[in-house]
Design a protein around this ligand. Sequence first.
Ligand code: FAD
Ligand code: NAI
Length: 475
Amino acid sequence: MSDYDVIVIGGGPAGYPAAIRAGQNGLKVACIDEWKNYDGSATFGGTCLNAGCIPSKALLESSELFHRAQVEFASHGIKTGPVAMDIAAMQKRKAGIVKNMTGGIVQLLKAAGVTAMQGHGKLLAGRKVEFTAHDGSVKTFSAKHVVLASGSHPTPLKTAAFDGQHIVDSWGALEFDAVPKRLGVIGAGVIGLELGSVWRRLGADVTVLEAMPSFLAMADQQLAKEAMKHFKKQGLDVRLGAKVSGATVVKGEVQVSYIDEAGASHSLTVDKLVVCIGRRPHTANLLGEGTGVVIDERGFIKVDDHCHTGIENVWAVGDCVRGPMLAHKGKEEGVAVADRIAGLYAHVNYQTIPSVIYTAPEIAWVGQTEEQVKASGRPYKVGSFPFLASGRARAMEASQGFAKLIAAKDDDQILGVHIIGPMAGELIAEAVLAMEYSASAEDLQRTIHAHPTLSEALHEAALAADKRAIDMPNR
Ligand code: FAD
Ligand code: NAI
């Protein structure tokens, strides 16, 4: 008899939901997690709760409020006098949210009957798991099923090695205790734009060096163009086609050298440098001899469409397997695997995973970009609606951006929705639901949207796809 029905290795947003759902399904479950914070405290929740989604959104909210208090309150007639930022208080609020949320995970695991273990887990041959607790003690457990959910870590850059003080990763950039006067960011991806925005709003001069000649290559390029316009206006200095050739710390400053597309050399001096050029799957010391689990050429654990590794009853989910590195993608995979283990129906629709960049304006999309639809050769139609024509966006003093819907010309299927504007990350949920249930653009057109709401922008974009928009001229 096995010690557990299911052992999950990793307690991030992929692992802990897998453990909870397996517990809900009446199985005997353990979840092992080795995360330790800077202060040495062990917590569950992984990257997302401790050093990713949650702390970054806390700082985005604080910094955006600070910025709005400075530039927007007066237009509402609010008189404030000089507005100042207390960075220590901002960081304390963030730490409180993280502590509360990670503590909540422990309670959720307990409520689902999951045994939570803090320390390192290693899969051995024959579905045995070696557990090394943080105090060094070692035990071995057997399991009918093992779910690997070991997550990812920041990709290092040889030419700008982390020193933990001046050249830092995204976690380091979430922990600054003062606003750097000059901040350098390598990588104009999701992290670079979100964290660059945080420190820019708080007063840093931010320069972002991006190796690619194009901006936000994974996004619809109309959205990317609009985003660049706003970031420029906000003072984010994004330099495209910039290949970093070196970064050295000299007398407390970081001297960065890079080469532009024309081959010319440049230098940049900053007080802090954040390297955020993507993340890599984390599989260090995860697999013992003879497990048979395969790591692919990019370092991911190899799985099939159902997150099965090909080794009997061994599964893998989240950032350590192929697909976008997003918390909600990992969560759906974790829950699906737990249901499959219990013999229940499970499905993850990889075509409808939303992406959100929590800048201001917010950027969100689901489905195919216009460039992808065009390349597919399928005839399509596009409808867009500017937030400038939305009464609610105007009332919110947030009328930048637009909602854009792409539908097939033949059967009206919604192929992609792309939104840049206020609360885009919330608005995209409607498009995800519509696409999940194969709604047509006409279905959205015939759905009543409350007035005045931001969601009317998506309604009007669907109408505009057939040149039937009401609140703007159709072109
Ligand atoms: P992780 O969250 O990395 O968790 C893996 C866990 O497993 C960790 O706790 C790790 O310590 C543990 N572990 C690893 N190996 C072992 C082992 N052998 N034994 C025991 N424990 C082990 N995604 C979004 O969807 N929205 C966002 O807004 C967002 N913002 C982000 C902001 C930042 C700054 C960063 C860095 C990431 C952000 N992400 C966001 C990405 C998101 O954090 C990840 O996609 C998500 O955390 C992946 O979940 P996971 O469970 O696969 O891995
Ligand atoms: P990313 O893949 O989003 O962006 C990395 C950027 O760095 C790319 O634009 C890439 O071209 C560039 N780059 C790569 N090598 C470079 C080099 N040598 N010099 C200069 N630029 C270089 O990765 P990022 O921002 O590190 O985020 C990691 C992951 O975390 C992402 O996959 C994302 O899914 C996830 N994340 C999600 C968030 C969200 O959902 N809002 C927020 C933050 C992170």
